[in-house]
Design a protein around this ligand. Structure first.
Ligand code: PEP
Ligand code: MG
Length: 572
């Protein structure tokens, strides 16, 4: 008698909504290890030619994928092509082959690894997500140089279990009707997750599935909204997942109706939900989800995609975001890079999150700062009254004065050159370091607006590294201390009559958004995927109810009490 396979329940981080019912298909990411290998002078030409062939082969393959991909996926593959053809990487590989007599495989491996180290040292979560892409390009290039080629033999109905997935593999997978993806790694900002969201593929990350010996072909169901996975589910569970699937599809349909509704609470009070934008591939979602423009444009992406960082490139890049925002405003944040690593001046920062980051780096790199300020002012001339500038990582009041001094010099230069700009463009600051929340009243005298960054505010207040998986349970944006700092910030802003918004992830939790509205913060910016669920809750409650919720939250002593209040509010 064959034994019935054992049912196994797993839980991970919900990354892309939707329900999948299918068969396990394990994507092996065989780890490539390469030992140093020296070649004779006579082989140098041959190895250089192998490299060029491999680049040509992959460029062609990526370009073909780009042509068949949707617009957002095509933009991601375009970024892959830029890395693949990065002149500095090519120079390094050539030098290693020609001058150090390294084999082509080792030259690719070591040059890419140096590049990856630079990215990892930046300490930024989204940049670390990008290393998955670079590792994948490295390995594909090595395989191509060795004339090996792996094919994907996945079929319709598969639920892909992988360690991590590169964008090019994701695009190949999107051509097959897969039911879902389960990944060990890959943060919520990884390209694989972004693509899953835009393609509507359910995805769960942070699942350590390898020790469970799950077999290829096992029956599996997953819910990308709750992070639940069941391998070998019993028939009752399969039925319940079918029901969840039906509900999900209904919500998607209803959600699209919510996108066109006015931003008003049940009692008619207005609020604004704006988009946090990091990648150009997110732009179509600004209008699709009915966002009121962009409340936070993270500009660090430019540093990753373009090594040359001139004013014209920036204006063009920012303009594409403004164009995608209809008639609404766009808040451009100055670079919040985690150090100088991306600027080719590698220095080890022992503790990057407490180090040379955001405005600290910008004030030391006044050329870079001035070029970005100039680009934003030029943008304000092209789109009058629609552009705001936001300064990241302010921890001392005088940093605001210093940046504003650079702004005034740029304004003078533009005026002298008769270049149009908006002299009244608002200059605001991120409130994400506790020192500034504590001194909000004084900071409000210097800034035109506040944008509260709850991600960093949480990590700096609770002493919890936001990127460290081992302590992720301690990363608690709903901690009462964070609500106290938000309240202080709002009170300080009110003393000087400046607007306050929240752009950290907290705003994307529907009940937290309701509580913020109850505190009088009606301008929220969030990942576009969250807009519809937040809007749905806000439209279904009165301001009175939200004020009551915020009063209760103010009295809470533990995060648990706040979670309970939010759960009850959402159930009402
Ligand atoms: C924040 O810290 O909350 C924020 C929005 O900025 P980032 O996540 O880019 O650091
Ligand atoms: Mg921040």
């Amino acid at each position: 008698m064959t034994q019935k396979p054992r049912t196994c329940h797993l839980k991970g981080i919900a990354a892309s909504a939707g329900v999948g019912i299918g068969k396990v298909w394990i994507l092996e990411n065989s780890k490539i290890t390469v030992r140093p290998e020296k070649i004779d002078d006579s082989e140098v030409e041959n190895h250089l030619a192998k490299f060029e062939r491999a680049v040509g082969f992959l460029t062609e393959e990526y370009s073909e994928l780009k042509n068949i991909a949707e617009a957002d996926a095509a933009a991601i593959i375009e970024a892959q092509l830029l890395i693949l053809n990065d002149p500095e990487l090519h120079l390094s590989i050539h030098q290693k082959i020609e001058q150090e007599n390294d084999s082509v495989v080792y030259a690719i491996f070591s040059s890419f690894n140096e590049y990856i180290k630079i990215i990892e040292a930046s300490g930024s979560e989204w940049l670390n997500d990008r290393t998955i892409d670079v590792v994948s390009i490295r390995d594909q290039l090595i395989e191509a140089a060795e004339d090996k080629k792996r094919e994907l033999d996945v079929s319709d109905g598969a639920v892909v279990f992988a360690s991590e997935i590169s964008p090019t593999v994701m695009v190949k997978l999107s051509q097959i009707k897969i039911e879902g993806i389960v990944m060990r790694r890959g943060g919520l900002t990884s390209h694989a997750v972004i693509l899953c969201q835009s393609l509507g593929i359910p995805c769960i990350v942070g699942v350590e599935w390898r020790p469970l010996n799950i077999n290829n072909g096992a029956n599996v169901v997953l819910d990308g909204s709750s992070g639940e996975i069941v391998v070998w589910p019993d028939p009752v569970e399969v039925n319940s997942y079918r029901e969840r699937e039906r509900m999900h599809l209904m919500h998607v349909e209803q959600g699209m109706k919510i996108a066109v509704k006015p931003h008003k609470t049940k009692c008619g009070s207005e609020f604004s939900l704006r988009a946090n934008v990091e990648f150009l591939e997110e732009l179509p979602r600004i209008k699709a989800y009915g966002a009121k423009g962009v409340g936070l444009l993270r500009t660090e992406t430019i540093l990753f995609q373009k090594k040359e960082f001139n004013v014209e490139d920036q204006v063009e890049y920012y303009s594409s975001v403004v164009d995608a925002s209809g008639e609404e405003a766009v808040t451009v944040r100055l670079f919040d890079a985690g150090g100088d690593k991306l600027l080719d001046e590698v220095e080890e920062d022992a503790n990057p999150f407490l180090g040379w980051r955001g405005v600290r780096m910008l004030l030391d790199k006044s050329d870079l700062l001035r070029r970005q300020i100039e680009a934003i002012y030029r943008l304000s001339g092209l789109y009058p009254k629609r552009i705001k500038m936001l300064i990241p990582m302010i921890s001392c009041i005088d940093e605001i004065d210093k940046v504003k001094h650079h702004c005034s010099i740029v304004r003078e230069q533009l005026a002298e050159s008769n270049i149009p700009f908006d002299a009244e463009m608002a200059i605001g600051i991120m409130v994400e370091v506790p020192s500034i929340a504590l001194m909000a009243e004084m900071a409000a005298a210097k800034a035109d607006f506040f944008s509260i960054g709850t991600n960093d505010l949480t990590q700096y207040t609770l002493a919890v590294d936001r990127g460290n998986e081992k302590i992720s349970s301690l990363f608690e944006p709903l901690h009462p201390a964070i609500w106290k700092l938000i309240k202080m910030t709002k009170n300080g802003a009110d003393k000087h009559g400046i607007p306050v918004s929240v752009c950290g992830e907290m705003a994307s939790r529907p009940a937290a958004a309701a509580c913020l509205l109850g505190m009088g913060i009606k301008d929220l910016s969030m990942t576009t995927n969250a807009i519809l669920s937040v809007k749905s809750l806000l439209c279904n409650h009165t301001l009175d109810e939200m004020e009551q919720l915020s009063r209760r939250v103010n009295r809470a002593e533990t995060p648990g009490e706040i979670h309970a209040l939010f759960d009850a509010f959402q159930r009402e």
